[in-house]
Each structure stands twice: as C-alpha cells, then as structure tokens.
Design a protein around this ligand. Structure first.
Ligand SMILES: [Zn+2]
Length: 103
C-alpha cells in the first residue's frame, strides 16, 4: 500500500478516491474522521488520505490525480458525449444537459 494523495479538503479526497475506483484502481481512504486526533498530532497528519492498495497502480493513479487537479485548476474546455465543446468553468453541457464525467 502506498499513499497517493492527502488534502485538508475531505470532499476532494473522497472525490479522488471514487474516481480512482471508477478507473479500476483499488484504493482506500484514511483519516476521514476529522474529529479525532486534532490537537494531539501535527494537523497535516490528520488530513484525509487516499492510499492505493497495489503499488503497481501507483503511476496510473498519479496520472489520474494530476488530470483531476489540472481540470480543477484550469478552465480548459471539455468535449461532451453529444459532440459539443463546453467551456471548462461549466460542469454541465449547455446543449444536452449532460454532466462532465471528466477524463
Ligand atoms: Zn452535450
């Protein structure tokens, strides 16, 4: 097992976990219970963490996370399944109403 990601953003950690699982990577979350330990440990050791179960998946998981983070940071446009190109700041296609599934 190997830690692939940690963040103080519990939603982002959960999001990354579910996207990795959706891509066939076995992984799990740690430290999702933020009520415990804070004050006793350095705060960043209490952050939610995503771990890949099989280190063979690590580089693929890293690519997926990089793609997710780039997508979040940059407003790059994406192509909807209906064929329309949608500006990156919109999650939903203006033409057919589909949601960006990412990747
Ligand atoms: Zn569309």
């Amino acid at each position: 097992m190997k830690k692939i990601y940690s963040s103080d953003n519990i939603i982002m950690a959960g999001h990354i976990h579910s996207l990795l699982e959706a891509n066939g990577i076995n992984c799990h979350l740690r430290n999702m219970n933020l009520s415990g330990g804070i004050g006793e440990l350095p705060i960043n050791e209490c952050w939610p963490e995503v771990w890949v179960n099989d280190e063979a998946d690590y580089s693929l998981a890293e690519e997926i996370i990089t793609a997710i983070l780039n997508k979040t940071d940059n407003n790059t446009s994406w192509k909807c399944s209906c064929g329309e190109t949608v500006e990156g700041q919109f999650d939903t296609c203006w033409s057919c109403g589909n949601t960006n599934t990412g990747l």
